[in-house]
Design a protein around this ligand. Structure first.
Ligand code: CP
Length: 312
């Protein structure tokens, strides 16, 4: 594997999950692999889990890590071809990506959607720009359209906590005061399509995700019906995809409660707004897997870095 940009880069999900669980049992067994190799993390947006877990994963493999909050501290980048740079941008991604490539062996990038211009977001100019102009492997730490490290961690968590061979997994939209991107639900859906599971997506009218991604999935507008018999409930807000980036509803009826969760396990990528997305009793109860998901971010990232290093 050269790059890890989306769930499509996973060639065999069950084997990846098995290998990640092996790494979790023996996290320092591959220290020689990363010796004298450097990972550079470039953040155009905030993070807690992604930053620390990816750093930890690299350290487990014996790598050095450099981190830069590019959004606040880097030069404003230009992405267009042939642009006359007489406005706000100071450096072209062509030079930036070439320069970064000389300082490290793998670059990982976080660059969210702006949620204003769908075509621009879907072009993934930051991530794709680095893939185009860097000479080293690129890892997606959440882009406009995907968060494949999160979805891989979620697959590990599902494997560790499933009690039946073919669980029922529900992705349930939740209210939120701010417009949030589609990256997490997109990658979760793509990952679930590789699972042997009964998978249902539930959301209010107007919140359909990209139909190219949800094609073939069961969509249920009645949350109660969707949740019937669920083994895992993955709760996440996203803004409207059709009315791009708009908050169409903040209906508290969609907040996840202990009563609605029933016997299911609760999942969320974090950060989460308590008593808006999900009530305290769920997060503070035994059914919540959020800490385990965050822990598995280490082994998802470690597996990805290992596969890239093995391929170099
Ligand atoms: N789930 C996740 O990516 O968390 P951070 O935004 O804190 O990195």
């Amino acid at each position: 594997m050269k790059h890890y940009l989306s769930i499509k880069d996973i060639d065999a999900l069950p084997q990846w999950v098995e290998e990640a669980i092996s790494l979790k049992r023996d996290p320092y067994g591959q220290q020689a692999l990363g010796r004298h190799k450097t990972l550079c993390l470039l953040f155009f947006n905030n993070s807690l889990r992604t930053r620390l877990s990816t750093q930890k994963a690299a350290m487990n493999l014996g790598m050095e890590v450099m981190v830069m909050n590019f959004g606040n501290e880097g030069w404003a980048l230009e992405y267009g071809d042939g642009t006359t740079m007489d406005q706000g941008t100071s450096e072209h991604i062509k030079e930036a990506a070439q320069v970064v490539s000389q300082y490290c062996d793998i670059v990982a990038i976080r660059a969210f959607s702006g949620l204003v211009d769908k075509a621009r977001d879907e072009a993934e100019e930051v991530l794709r720009g680095f893939v185009r102009y860097a000479s080293i492997p690129v890892v997606n730490m959440e882009s406009s359209t995907g968060h494949p490290l999160q979805a891989l961690a979620d697959a590990i968590t599902l494997a560790e906590h499933r009690t039946v061979p073919r669980p029922k997994v529900v992705l349930s939209w939740a209210p939120h005061p701010k417009a949030l991107p589609h990256a997490v639900p997109n990658s979760f859906v793509e990952m679930m399509k590789l699972q042997d599971a009964e998978f249902v997506i539930t959301h209010p009218q107007g919140y359909a995700l990209d139909p190219r991604i949800t094609q073939g999935c069961r969509i249920e507008y009645d949350q109660a019906k969707a949740l019937e018999g669920a083994d895992f409930v993955y709760v996440k807000n996203w803004s409207s995809y059709t009315a791009y980036g708009e908050v169409l509803s903040q209906d508290p009826q969609w907040t996840m409660t202990l009563e609605k969760l029933g016997k299911a396990k609760f999942m969320h990528c974090l950060p989460v707004r308590r008593n808006v997305v999900v009530e305290d009793a769920v997060l503070d109860g035994d059914s919540s897997l959020v800490a385990q998901q965050a822990n598995n971010r280490i082994y998802a990232a470690q597996l990805v870095l290992k596969k890239i290093l093995e391929n170099r």
